[in-house]
Ligand binder design. Sequence first.
Ligand code: IVH
Length: 684
Amino acid sequence: MPRPPDPTARAAELRALLRYHDHRYHVLDAPEVSDARYDALKRELIDLEAAHPQLVTPDSPTQRVGAAPATQFAPVTHRQPMFSLDNAMSEDELDAWVARVERALGRPATGFACEPKIDGLAVSLTYEQGRLVLGATRGDGAVGEDITANLRTVGAIPLALLGDDLPEVMEVRGEVYMPLAAFEELNRAQAEAGERLFVNPRNAAAGAVRQKDPAITAARRLSIWVYQIGFQQGGPSFMSHGESLAWLREAGFPVNPWSRHGDDPAAVLAHVAHAEAARHDLGYQTDGVVVKVDSLAEQRELGFTARSPRWAIAYKYPPEEETTRLLAIEVNVGRTGAVTPYAVLEPVFVGGATITNATLHNQDEVARKDLRVGDTVVIRRAGEVIPEVVGPVPSRRTGAEQVWRMPENCPFCGSPIARKPGEAVARCTGGFACPSRLREYLAHFAGRGGMDIEGLGYKTIDMLLRAGLIADPADLFSLTKEHLISRERWAEVSVGNLLAAIDAARDRPLARLLTALGIPLVGSTVARLLARRFPRLDALLAAAEEDLSAIEGIGPEIARSVRAWAEDPDNRRLVAKLESAGVRLSDHPEEGVDRAVLAGVTLVITGTLAGFSREQAQAAVEDRGGKVAGSVSKKTTAVVLGESPGSKAEKARELGVALLDEAAFIRLLAEGPGFLPGTGSGGP
Ligand code: IVH
């Protein structure tokens, strides 16, 4: 593909594309391109900007993370104070507020705006000429903290606004929050690492925005709903709150789709009931509905008290906590053998569901909370968050409560449970002989992110296990029609489908197999990085820790984890068995390859490469549309230097041809020559 001649124009185009896709993804929740395509666009812009630093603009999508860690946050005085809201704890209190509004106006308000009260933290975003220039916390309402660098990492916050009639200055307010899925994942990781758990998504979000290092904020996957214009100079004028929200949405901000207009108090109450019923399906926490007088003229008439606007009120949902009895503490064994304690509870209705169990995460959490079997405990179910045992009610103790200890043997297979020093997690040592571990492992192995074997869910797995047909994941590949039909009397067609699905899984890309293998810390993203560098599993499993951590995006912790997995004899046996079952353990050369990325590139390779034979290296270049030549000339794009290179390196230096080490060669294969000096830029 010929590269566009003008880097300035291409950079602008890429920025526009990325902004467009950010908006589709974060605001409209309707992405149009794959993650890979998005990453490729971003990569191209990063490289273009690296080659032409003068092209970098502060609102470029590449500039979300980039600021150095802060030592402290500078104070920011808000142009308009950030007030808090009065609460209404019941319908009566809501009615009383409506009556107060009517009294103050001397007539009923013309209408109300209702929107979810997001349980996150308030931030202020200032845009000048449509560019984000400042992001701040609420602080004490008058003075907050400058957390611009961190807020820039929140993908849902536009760095540049859409539209023509943009105000010279606009300060927009909203609630930054952590989606429940991100929160649960974060706590799972914290538990596995033996770190303290976050109490709720709001605390986790608050911690994330006040990180000194924006890269940590970026990793915490925050989002935002914007709910108010705080200050405005120039640009459109609005009659109502609803109008301003509609404009904010057009300008590219995420505005909560549950925002509704209510003509009168009855409509407001109907909406409150509606929102309350739906609150557990939203994917983030809400703790009520904010009701605002919709007309901005009426808002001005009503004004503020010392701490809050008279024109708005927060109707709070009742708390979702109950007490019940902790009947027992039992354990699960997961796919890595991790033994996880959970609470068996006297059934209790909380947060819209009857709760009978709750995870206790790990042994240390049980001790930290001082939970004893027989305790009266507080259960909280906040939104869709998995129910949580907050803690015991010590005043209700009778003395008969039992301190819990981790069992010495696995309840599923009887093998000893062991906890390595320094690890938070105790593990069953039974390997695949443990039926619980095997079941979970198989479900993960066959799951969507792994080998994606359609029809192999828990139900089928349980049938296979009960029939004694599989003792490890590799056994899946030796199942036959006879096995299944005779044992389970399945309909022939579903047996056929299952066997076909299993057969198809023999040929998955290496990254999928790696994910399926369940190497601790190796999810699909890491798996892709690993497979890109080591397209063969044997080479990957033989790689030294240093070689692994040299891969961009792979740190020492992941490298150590991969090494440890590779050294475990059980895992080696599994890999060998998968291989003899005909499972492909390497990527086809063309897999995940852009066939044109090296078009017009001629390389000379000298010396020995660690990750490629000479033939593999040549094939990799040719698969991508490039050429490998035997000798260096002025036409050579670059010379790849392996271990003990020959005279070709000298020749390259003489002719001023670029020299690449193996890491740069791998980058070249992945990204093309855009990052090499003097190529692809059309520069002087
Ligand atoms: S409007 C003048 N709308 O609730 C205050 N606030 O308890 C106008 N909040 O500090 C605030 N969701 O952090 C408004 N849809 C929403 C909200 C919301 C959450 C927070 C906000 C505010 C706090 C007050």
